[in-house]
Write a new protein. Structure first.
Length: 78
């Protein structure tokens, strides 16, 4: 890098939301919603699961899908 650029510094901080609530409160909430919708559609289209009625004697499991990418990228891509 040329010496004339040595005195310039870029400070940037990008904090990923860790919860749905944080994602929906961010400026990029519309992007996060689009990515979540796309991911769910992909799971349905690939027959990852089927929806059934939960028997009355059973409890639903709680699962979390965590994407560590920016909202511009699809979940799991680098």
């Amino acid at each position: 890098m040329p010496a004339k650029f040595n005195s310039f510094v870029l400070l940037a901080e990008h904090i990923e939301p860790e919860t749905y609530k944080e994602a929906m409160a961010s400026e990029d909430s519309y992007k996060w919603l689009a990515v979540m919708k796309e991911e769910l559609e992909s799971l349905f289209n690939n027959n990852t699961w089927i929806l059934v009625n939960l028997p009355s004697d059973r409890k639903a499991l709680v699962a979390r899908l965590r994407c560590l990418n920016s909202p511009e990228k699809r979940c799991g891509e680098q």
